[in-house]
Each structure stands twice: as C-alpha cells, then as structure tokens.
Write a protein that binds this ligand. Structure first.
Ligand code: ADP
Ligand code: ASP
Ligand code: MG
Length: 404
C-alpha cells in the first residue's frame, strides 16, 4: 500500500516525540508499505514565529510572514528525517517548493492549485521514506506561501490525492473526531465514521481537528482519510461518503467558535439598497461576513448586525465606519465577547423541531440567543462568549448523549 501519514504539532512537539514518530513510520515501512510523512511545526512554534513578526511591526508584510512561519515545518522535517536515517532507514526531507506544491499567491491562506508528485513517487518506488513539510507551497513567481492555520492537514490529503495513495492517516493528539471537543465536553464520544458534509460543517464551525480544505480535497478526490491518535494504536475516525442510515442520527456533533466579532450599524434609514451599500465595500475588502440580521424597522430606521472573523474585524470596522455617514447611520459598535455555537447532523434534513429543541435547551440555562443561522444540516447561534462551554455541554447532553 501507499500510505500518507501526517503528524500534527503536539505529535512532534519534542525530540522524544519526534523519535516516537520515527518508530511509528519505520514500523509502517517494515510492514511492507510505501510511506510519505507530512509534518507540522513543533507545537507552539507557529504562534511563536507569528509573535516575533508582531514585535517587529503591527502589520507584518504578508509575503515575509510566510517566509517566516514556513520555517517551523522546515525544522521538523529535518529532525524527523535525521531520526529515521539514524535508525538505518533511507529517508529524506522535502520542502513545499521541492515537492512542487503549487499554490495561488494569497499569502497566509494560499490554495493548492497543482501538485507535481513525480519526484516524490519515484523516491517512494526506490524504497525511500519521504518526509514532506506541511503547510508550505510555492506560487507561480517562486514565492513561498502557506496554506492557513492547520494547513498541514490539507498538504497531507492533497498529497494523498495527487499520489493516489491508499490511505491518508492524520495522526493527532486525540484519538479521532468526537461528537464535541473532548477538552470541553466530558461526555463527547468518538465517532467511528463521519460523512464529508458533516465534517465540512464541523470544521468550518470551529472544530479544528481537520482544516476545512483537507475535507474538501478528501471529498472531491475520494481520499480515504483516517483521523487517529499518534499515541495509541486504536482505530480512529474515517471520513466517508454519506451512507443510507446516516440520517437516522439527528446531531452528530456540537462545536463552538470564539473567533467571531459582532458588528452593529445603528439606526440607519431603512431604504432599498441599504444592505448592498453596506456589504459591497466589505466584500471588496475580501472579508467573509458570516451571520447577518436586520431588525424590524421602527419609524423608518433599523439596526443591521453581522459577524466577521476576529482577524478581519479591524478592516471591517474601518470599512463600515467609512460607509456609515453616507448611509445616514447613527453609529457603529462592535462586540468581541461573542461565540458561535452550532449543532451539525445529516438527520436535521428529515427531522422537524430540532431548532425549537435547541433554543429550549439554551433558554433553560438562561443563555440568550443573539443571532441564528441555519442550513440543511446545521443550526448556529451567537451567544455571549462566557457561556460557550456550558452551551456546548448542554446541547451535547440534549442531542447526542442525553442524560437521564
Ligand atoms: P494537530 O496539531 O495534530 O493538527 P489540532 O490541535 O490542530 O491538532 O487539532 C486537534 C484538536 O482539535 C484536539 O486536541 C481537540 O481539542 C480539538 N477538537 C475540536 N473539536 C474536536 C472534535 N469534534 N473532535 C476531536 N477534536 C476536536
Ligand atoms: N504549523 C501550522 C499551524 O500551526 C500548520 C499546521 O500545524 O497544520 O497552523
Ligand atoms: Mg491541526
């Protein structure tokens, strides 16, 4: 078999752990498989590097920021390849540009356009173990790019697609995908399988166990992905295409996202074209607006509230602030103390009354709902951030493992 293994930051977080990973990779090789390994930076390293940049300037140049943060992965591939060679295995490291992971030029959040896996495949056929730096790519002008936080997952799944690997194993610090973040919810249970569509929703709504783009690749190129623990041999969670009985489960997962800022444009004259005038400039800045609500108009005036990711809040506030006078708005306020809590499940398509049960469960805990959005297989609410963990636990107990 051709196996792509990916080890996350915690799994390569110390020299001891890198040696442990080397043993696991060696065992896979000894079992007769071809193996390529994708690794992340050692845990904490990417944040440390981003911190250094912020010490130099409050707005680091995006190109240089990618040159900087990509070094984290360069360190771990070298150390892992050394450990493998020391054990007598023919291993070598490759950086993103050496593999030829071609991306667009959106520094810090680049998208993979193409992977030329020829050199990698021929090295594997020759019996080498290839250790590939996660997170990194190269654009058409030979600039180093990075794929966004958690991007090593995407490197691994994209590489598995490009090499037509038999399996892509994502080794992490939990033993699979759970019905809620096991660090928040003590009753969370490991899912043996999860559909691509549910995983896409969970990933985009805050469950950082897989980067959303890795799930998109898995779905599009039918890559068998197995999320499992680097510290045990237990089976983890398989990403699968939807299966017939999956709709029987109403809610597969509960998740939360603190990376949200709520912005309210106050007391604007309620006229046709208002929303277009407000959201046009925000879109032009490439800011993704998530939830939007417009209050019922009172005496011809209304409030418009929407959420954006924290990283875009400053830019969004500046843009809206500039548009506010023209719109006739009284003011613009923002609130960073909010969280989005969501329930996700294929069963919502065929079961009625799920939203009502969700709102009822939250109200019984005295949690006020500020905004709501729904899609076919998810319901999200914005609440006060201080109730995030309580909300996750209550919703989990309501829908996933009801307490007697
Ligand atoms: P890695 O460094 O291996 O890429 P991450 O920290 O990116 O690991 O992702 C793993 C973490 O995701 C876990 O430690 C866990 O706290 C968190 N997580 C959030 N939601 C979930 C979930 N539903 N199932 C499993 N893990 C989750
Ligand atoms: N090192 C990068 C990050 O911390 C990529 C990854 O770990 O997947 O986001
Ligand atoms: Mg990760």
């Amino acid at each position: 078999m051709l196996i792509i293994q990916k080890y996350g930051g915690t799994s390569v977080g110390s020299i001891e752990r890198i040696k442990g990973v080397a043993k696991r990779v060696a065992a896979t090789k000894d079992a007769g498989h071809q193996v390529a390994v994708v690794v992340s930076a050692m845990s904490g390293e990417t944040n440390r590097l981003l911190g250094l940049a912020k010490e130099v300037t409050s707005r680091p140049d995006e190109r240089e920021s990618d040159v900087l943060v990509s070094t984290g992965e360069q360190v771990s591939v070298a150390l892992l390849a050394m450990a493998l060679k020391d054990m007598g295995y023919p291993a070598f490291s490759m950086l993103g540009h050496q593999v030829q992971i071609e991306t667009d030029s959106a520094f810090g959040r680049a998208r993979i356009k193409n992977i030329n896996a020829d050199r990698l495949l021929s090295a594997l056929r020759d019996g080498h173990i290839v250790v590939v730096a996660g997170f990194q790519g190269v654009d058409a002008e030979d600039n180093i790019t990075t794929l966004g936080r958690g991007g090593s997952d995407t490197t691994a799944v994209a590489l598995a697609a490009a090499t037509r690997a038999d399996v892509c194993e994502i080794y992490t610090d939990v033993d699979g995908v759970y019905s809620a973040d096991p660090r928040i919810c003590p009753h969370a249970k490991k899912l043996s399988r999860i559909s691509h569509d549910e995983m896409l929703e969970l990933a985009s709504l805050g469950a950082k166990v897989l980067q959303i783009r890795s799930v998109e690749f898995a779905k599009r190129y039918q890559v068998p992905v197995h999320v499992r623990s680097s510290f045990s041999l237990d089976e983890g969670t398989w990403l699968v295409h939807e299966e017939p009985n999956m709709e029987d489960v109403i809610v597969s997962g509960v998740t939360s996202d603190l990376d949200q800022v709520k912005i309210t444009v106050q007391h604007v004259p309620d006229r046709p074209g208002l929303a277009a005038k407000l959201f046009g400039p925000i879109a032009a800045e490439n800011i993704v607006v998530d939830m939007i609500i417009q209050n019922a108009s009172a005496e011809g005036y209304t409030d418009l509230t929407f959420t954006v990711p924290k990283g875009d809040a400053q830019k969004a506030l500046a843009t809206v602030g500039a548009a506010a006078p023209e719109l006739g708005a009284k003011g613009v306020v923002s609130d960073t103390g909010v969280a989005k809590v969501s329930i996700v499940g294929l069963g919502m398509r065929s079961h009625a009354g799920v939203a009502a049960r969700m709102f009822d469960a939250l109200s019984r805990e005295g949690i006020n709902i500020q905004m709501i959005s729904t899609s076919e297989i998810k319901i999200s609410v914005v609440i006060d951030a201080k109730y995030t963990e309580l909300a996750v636990r209550v919703l989990h107990d309501t829908f996933v493992t009801p307490v007697e």
